[in-house]
Design a protein around this ligand. Sequence first.
Ligand code: MEV
Length: 438
Amino acid sequence: MSNAISGFSKLSKSEKIDWLLNNYFSNKEEARLLVTRYWNSDEVLQKLHDEFIENTITNFYLPFGVSPNFLINDKLYTVPMAIEESSVVAAASKSAKFWYDRGGFKTKVISTEKIGQVHFIFKGDSTKLETFFNTVKSKLFTDASHITKNMEKRGGGILDIELKNKSRDIPNYFQLHATFETLDAMGANFINSCLEQFASTLKEEALNYTDFNADERNIAIVMSILSNYVPNCLVRAEVSCPINDLKSKDILDPQWFAEKFKQAITIAEVEPYRAVTHNKGIMNGIDAVILATGNDFRAVEAGVHAYASRNGSYSSLTHCSIDDGVFKFWIEIPLALGTVGGLTSLHPLVKFALDLLEKPSAKELMQIVAVAGLAQNFAAIKSLTTTGIQQGHMKMHLMNILNQFEATAHEKAKLIEYFKTNVVTHGAVADAINQLRN
Ligand code: MEV
């Protein structure tokens, strides 16, 4: 175990690496080689990445793949995806092509409202606080105008600020609950700056408010921060077709398939253990596009899962209906995304991803991301209810297993051919590779 270190962030990159090697690695040279091998030879690019966070020692690669043939509202997209899980891009591409042949995805942005809160403690008469709030409300807007000016010019800004009495939950606890339109920006910095300004105006105005007594004048701000729960920043994506049109190479009996598919969705709607895995599969598609386009997947994950629990029990994000011989499958999710600001203009591959999507607005990106989630879920449920998930999954995982055994290009070619007609398991690959080598 190493001793605690102070001033680590002030060390140079090579001093940091030396400290790590001296404290944690027996084979120092091997570890050093590994870390430095992942540096980019383009120093400008490397510096850019070094400066994204503190204490960068190297880069951590993820595959950046693309999934073509996504027909969304009659426009064709090739969707960028950054993800390590073998089968995700293949599954997305398969679903995209399946629905391309059946009219594609239809999507709609339902709402785009973001939320932020100033949490504070007020000890006193809540009706006096309400009167005070109504008196200072317009000043909350005007004091923030230096922050909102440019956003307002483009048609966004603060939508409303409400006072919420939360003292039934925690004694003396109140909130300013504000709503925002941040257009093509995810808006975290904009919202947080507005909120901190609201907090300072609120505190200052209370100090000078003559109707308050001494306790009431002393509003204590606890914190000011946006909420990643955005149930009014919603997008819907849908696919539908006559049941008979589901017929394909893998769906020989479309009526049977549609009903079994719907059963699987209904199970995820009512059974939380299944719903979590079901939604995890949806997030495979969503996170991959979120990451490739430089958005904050932790924010999206937190908000989406809260939304999945909004009725008091964790439930499926997708739904399915069969009416009058028509199969319909849809998703409705909250997504606070940006296509300007943040990483979008900084990370060269994010810029590439957005160019590939033909520079979408945040609203357009919401629709693409929702479709990626729906497509991913369609592929997963289709496999789960027909062949089982492992057949396709292990086929895609074969290359990982071959790489674990350090298979040569020749061995890979032979074994990929062999496993076209044999079941892939870790043991079966080990046996096959040993046989080949002997
Ligand atoms: C694996 O990453 C995702 C699945 O488990 C999703 C699901 O079960 O629906 C296949």
